[in-house]
Write a protein that binds this ligand. Sequence first.
Ligand code: ZN
Length: 224
Amino acid sequence: MIIKHELTKDQESFIKKHKISDDLLIDAQGEEMTADFIQKMSDTDKVIAYNTGPCSEDDNHNFKTIAGFCPQCDTGKIAFALRENKPGYLYLAGSRKGELIKVGSTSDSKDRIKNLNITKSKCAGFDDWELLYEARTIALGKAERIIQQKLSEYKAAYQHEKIGKLQNGSELYRCSYTKAKDAVAALESESEMEFTQINERKYLLTEYNFKNLKATVSRAFVEA
Ligand SMILES: [Zn+2]
């Protein structure tokens, strides 16, 4: 039996302030963000859990986004979580100088590669980013989150500068284009998720078969 907890005043005002609709919330009932719980959130289209265990920064914080972040420590993670079931474009980009593949998403199909290369926000310090693949999905955040999970062992430890716009979530990987594309294909075959308006720049791809290098330090969101 599921016991429905009352929301505290603090929780309620936080939810209200950030305009998080009720149907996106789930009661964690004190549970940690285990892989099973995240799967449950994903299956039921929930994006923020309340009554989670406290966060490492503040005992009074008891929310977690589906990606495992504390939205009270970093309210920027809320918008990110809310994109979970919104439509948009998933893309794979590559830098030959960095031998890096980037998995990113944007709600707007224009200007994304230009944004990667402009000096101020140059991704990881490289200026030769090329768009290799893009596709539209109706659940952008979910697609991005799952693909990033699949590639997590290759995640590059770059402290890259934020591009400035919230909708430009992205991560960098030390892997080949093929590896990243396989993650997209795996997601497609495992779930009902459909990709449309697919644009793969096949003539570029042979240049982007970088080595697949596993990171030595595991990341928090992998363990969750
Ligand atoms: Zn916190």
